[in-house]
Design a protein around this ligand. Structure first.
Ligand SMILES: CC(C)(COP(=O)(O)OP(=O)(O)OC[C@H]1O[C@@H](n2cnc3c(N)ncnc32)[C@H](O)[C@@H]1OP(=O)(O)O)[C@@H](O)C(=O)NCCC(=O)NCCS
Length: 184
């Protein structure tokens, strides 16, 4: 089926928030508890408006309906939606700094069809264009196989605190970009 990758805009936010909630509950259930997922939606997992304003967040649509979103950032925040504090929005300068790969979510029923890989390729290409030679991210346990498949290496394992629930295990990963993005 024909699908289209485009930059996200502010009008997409409510639709993307709903997509992200379905993605978290539909595709992360094997990795995080219901309590962890519910607490993380809207805080750790959500739309970071800063990325939309920076024009670094993408949507993939099928027949006009968003089925996946994800992007990258030249700002310091690694994950989450609280992108309004000075430290979080601080700009990382290429080529020394590593750009962030951020907030990939696929609609349940559309997983394992290459949409995550397509978003990753677009994000890596944009990072290269912006002058970055390395990227890093905090991968959910659900996301780890996608990034590993595309040549990302584990830096370390960690946990992210979400108020009131057991912290969520994540994997900090990085990749040196080549001119052919998203190849392993
Ligand atoms: C992680 C996520 C974005 C992957 O998107 P996707 O569109 O399914 O990924 P792709 O189809 O491009 O996968 C490419 C390859 O990555 C690997 N991969 C992706 N998801 C995998 C999984 N759940 N288990 C094992 N391997 C997986 C496979 O090698 C896959 O190739 P294959 O399907 O031919 O075997 C999607 O599962 C998702 O939205 N998860 C819930 C939200 C989330 O945790 N996001 C990650 C934030 S860091």
């Amino acid at each position: 089926m024909e699908h289209n990758l485009r930059l996200a805009n502010e009008m997409d936010v409510p639709v993307l928030m709903a997509l992200i909630e379905r993605s978290v509950h539909g595709l992360q259930a094997a990795y995080y508890s219901e309590e962890q997922r519910s607490a993380a939606v809207g805080t750790l997992f959500g739309v970071d408006l800063q990325l939309i304003l920076d024009q670094t967040y993408y949507v993939i649509e099928v027949e006009g309906n968003p089925v996946a979103c994800g992007g990258w950032s030249y700002r310091r925040l690694m994950c989450g939606t609280a992108g309004d504090s000075g430290k979080a929005t601080e700009i990382i300068r290429p080529p020394e700094g590593r750009a962030r790969i951020r907030a990939f979510f696929v609609e349940p029923g559309w997983e394992r069809r290459g949409l995550g890989s397509q978003l990753l390729a677009a994000s890596e290409a944009a990072c290269l264009t912006a002058g970055f030679t390395e990227v890093e991210l905090a991968a959910t346990l659900a996301g780890e196989p996608l990034y590993a498949r595309h040549g990302y290496k584990e830096d370390r394992r960690g946990e992210i605190e979400v108020l009131g629930v057991t912290p969520l295990p994540v994997v900090y990963m990085w990749k040196k970009l080549s001119q052919s993005p998203s190849s392993s």
